[in-house]
Design a protein. Sequence first.
Length: 387
Amino acid sequence: MPFQEQTRNVEDITTSNAVNQFVFSLLYLLSFIGLLSKRHLIIRFLKTEKFLSLLLLWSFLSVFWSDFPFVSLKRWIQIFGTSVIFLSALLHFRSDDEALRYFKVILMAYIPLTFLAILLIPGAIQWEFPALRGLAPHKNMLGQVSLVSLIVWSFAAKVPSLRKKIAALLFWGLSFVLLVGSKSTTSILTAGGLLLLGGLWYTGEIFLRPTVGRTLSSVVLLLFLVILFSIAYVGSDIVASLFHFFGKDMTLTGRIDLWAAVFEETKKHLLFGCGFGGFWIADSPAMDTILEEFVWLPNQSHLGYLDILNETGVVGISLLALMMVSYFKNLLNFEGTHFWKWFVIAALIANISESTLFRPNELTGELLILSYLALYVQAIRSKGGFP
């Protein structure tokens, strides 16, 4: 719910919500029933997609060695149920564009209401920064919503209709204002990364590929990125100035120290993990150690890949890596456009300093699942599928 006070004590941390439990349980059930009429497509999907299914299976198995099996099972059901909802919806949509229309309808209501809340309700601002949070529970979530909104309206602005283009650009501008106002460093830097990659993608598609071919153009763009990151690495003063501009230091406001502390715990169960969703629990002995050092009450490591490694081990992080490699390989071979790839890329960038991968109620992480599934649903609907 919006406008809630920030949690300041461990005993105030809540892990359940009766309304959410009822609503989402009903959605999981209805979506599962909806899949029964698509059995033939489900079989084709399972034959085409492998690694998300294996990762979900491994995450379920990890429940059995979790120190908090009930919590792990509950969180696994949330992620598995989310996947079922997305798959059922995608299989019933006539096309991906239909899904995009729902996004636009929601955002056309959400964005004006957010501005209205900011203007009228003091709780819509986190005064300690200060930063905007609007209807979101915290500023980083508003940053995620604004980032997703920018991606949606960037794509929507490509329509030939002048009226729709103007409307898309208007909402793009409002989304940009909210993104900057949220002061969410992760979302702002992710947006910058997407802008850079989008520019390189456009350059490769329009200029390089028709001239030198796909392979050489990919090598040129990859070389450009290597040079860019090398300059950033050598010019550490430039990076420090960039962090300072966003109000951060070179430790990413304590994130690097947190990563080190969490990795020390991870090494205790490196191969198989401590159990899906079984670490960031207030009653956990490991959390007592973490919270003694980090009094700002972190509920994630702020590095999504480290949380996956911690909870599902080397096996889980390997399956995630294979899942992403397979996705981008199939994306390159896919005949047709796939707008949803930008949500995947955004989530992968954002999880360098936030943990949203396979975590319930984290927008960019859940949209990664939706976007991943969308590619495979597109493939099984087409005659050729993936080469």
